[in-house]
Design a protein around this ligand. Structure first.
Ligand code: GAP
Length: 544
């Protein structure tokens, strides 16, 4: 089994992730977090919130920052006034290109469908496949052989182009064999497809009641800019953070939770003076990259990639992605974990005046079918006046926008490992271990009595009760202790505390470290403090 398949199977087996509505066959693009998964994802979000908001010290200049700054939080609604999405640009510009297959009636995202040119019997075709990177050649070959009416032993007669590539590189769709078709040319020309989920508010069933599920949490922050200024004492520069669900009707959700239709974002809108926005953009790029390495991602598999001009979103005048080499991607490819965008004054200006797209400025107001301006803003003053200089300006925004599910998935991928550990007889046996940073591990410690007698369970339960006041801990007295250790290794629990015969005499227990397998003896009275210290020993990274 490939590493990704093993991880997916572990996630299901140990209660990290389940397919949504599984008993009804599941719903593509939707995932449920199980008992361990919910703790892991909560810990990832909590670490982000603490590091970005509650533990941020507004009195000190952080390393690499141009100045000290304040951070506050918000929690906005998922459904907002529809005009928000007009002015944000999502209503008109938030789309992907899709193609439909006339034979299978299936729909695919134009840039995500991959295929490879192959020639046989004097004919050259582009064979597409839905298979994952590690099996795409196998799948394409099977389909090409079928198409050319050839047998497996004739595979050597197929002449392949060097690489798989995106369907968007193909200009003539009549040469394309769609993933679930048996003849060529069944795909339609690419068409725009808006990714926002539509719904209806209240008893109004027509377009009057139409609304959208938010495709990003960011807009809630922009439309509350004035409220935050008026209700707090923050002044520019400052950041507003939000964690919450977002929804996108992705055409081809795939790669486990990586591309889902319902997911969670952790976003910051950082408001600053236009003259300083470049420096802040630099600062946030480095700060956010460091966050992932500090929580355990390997710097070798992470990279910061600047977007090319033609890749920029409609609002952005500069974006860099933090990307991770997920194991489900082909060798050398990376997937986006977080985008850090320099949004200029686009959003505040759009919500104020209804102007949009910085690339198209100066812009004539577009009108809708009723002659109303399509991009009508709120008309509210969203500028900022500096109390010291009296200067009035529209702040620029730097936006570090992360996905909670993608970060959780990256931490899981990174943590998955296989090695050997001694069993009860001291013989080395293979084990699966999730080397999660203790700070985000779902269960911080497990407590075991070595045997279920001689007063050991009573002592173990007492320790468990004391730890439970502070951490999510687990008690287990079933099976041989070696098996119990292994179950915790697989769940990512960093410490196992065992009460043994010696504990009853000298009031000590052993603490076994998941990664080093070392056991140390600690006084029962010091266990809570010891575990607390180990979890808080900052900078844990299995690669250091
Ligand atoms: N406000 C800016 C914004 O939403 P984005 O690059 O579209 O930017 C930010 O999204 C982050 O949200 C991504 O880097 C990714 O981590 C996460 N994300 C976006 N679409 C997603 C999806 N379909 N499934 C899971 N996470 C997604």
């Amino acid at each position: 089994m490939m590493q990704m398949e093993k991880l997916v199977s572990l996630c299901k087996r140990r209660g990290y992730l389940f397919q949504s509505s599984e008993i009804y066959g599941g719903l593509n693009g939707f995932w449920d977090y199980g008992p361990l998964g919910v703790e892991l994802k909560r810990n990832v979000k909590e670490a982000w919130w603490q590091d970005m908001v509650t533990r941020h010290n507004e009195l000190a200049v952080p390393p690499g920052a141009p100045a000290a700054f304040e951070m506050v939080g918000l929690d906005c609604t998922i459904i907002m006034h529809p005009q928000v999405w007009k002015c944000s640009g999502h209503y008109d510009l938030f789309h992907d290109y899709m193609v439909d297959c006339k034979a299978s009636k299936r729909r695919y995202r134009h840039d995500q469908l991959r295929g490879r040119w192959v020639e046989a019997k004097g004919k050259r075709i582009f064979v597409t496949t839905l298979a994952e990177a590690d099996s795409e050649h196998e799948d394409a070959q099977r389909r090409a052989l079928k198409f050319f009416d050839m047998r497996g032993k004739d595979a050597g007669q197929l002449t392949w182009d060097a690489k798989f590539q995106s369907l968007s590189s193909v200009t003539d769709l009549s040469q394309v064999l769609a993933p679930e078709a048996n003849e060529l040319g069944t795909l339609t020309e690419p068409r725009e497809f808006n990714l926002m989920f539509k719904t209806y508010v209240g008893a109004l069933s027509g377009e009057e009641g139409a609304a959208f599920l938010r495709p990003e949490t960011a807009q809630g922050i922009f439309v509350n800019f004035k409220n935050v200024l008026d209700s707090t004492r923050v002044g520019i520069p400052f950041g507003v953070a939000q964690v919450g669900k977002s929804f996108r009707n992705e055409i081809t959700p795939r790669n486990f939770t990586f591309r889902s239709r319902e997911f969670e974002q952790m976003e910051i809108e950082f408001f600053c003076h236009p003259n300083q926005s470049r420096q802040w953009y630099e600062y946030w790029r480095q700060r956010r990259l460091k966050w992932y390495t500090q929580l355990g991602l390997d710097g070798q598999r992470l990279r910061l990639r600047e977007h090319a001009q033609d890749e920029l979103s409609h609002y952005s005048c500069g974006t860099a992605d933090i990307e991770y080499a997920f194991p489900f991607l082909p060798e050398g490819e990376y997937g986006e974990l977080e985008g850090i965008a320099h949004r200029g004054d686009f959003d505040l200006r759009s919500h104020m005046e209804g102007k949009l797209d910085p690339r198209k400025r100066p812009l004539e107001l577009e009108v809708d079918e009723n002659g109303q301006p399509k991009w009508r803003g709120s008309g509210k003053d969203l500028t900022y006046r500096d109390e010291q200089t009296n200067e009035r300006f529209t702040p620029h925004v730097i936006e570090p926008s992360a996905g909670a599910d993608r970060a959780t998935l990256a931490f899981l991928c990174e943590a998955y490992d296989e090695d050997e550990a001694p069993d009860d007889s001291g013989k080395m046996q293979s084990r699966v271990v999730l080397r999660l940073n203790p700070r985000i591990a779902p269960v911080k410690a497990a407590v075991f009595p070595l045997v279920k007698k001689d007063g050991m369970p009573e002592v173990a339960k007492e320790i468990y009760g004391a730890l439970k006041q502070k951490f999510n801990v687990f008690y287990d007295e079933k099976a041989a202790v070696g098996r119990r250790y292994r179950r915790q290794d697989e769940a990512g629990t960093p410490y196992c505390i065992t009460v043994d015969g010696q504990s009853l005499q000298d009031k000590t227990v052993t603490i076994r470290d998941r990664d080093t397998l070392q056991q140390s003896r600690v006084k029962i009275d010091d266990v809570v403090h010891e575990i607390e210290q180990r979890i808080n020993s900052c900078g844990y990274n299995k690669h250091q």
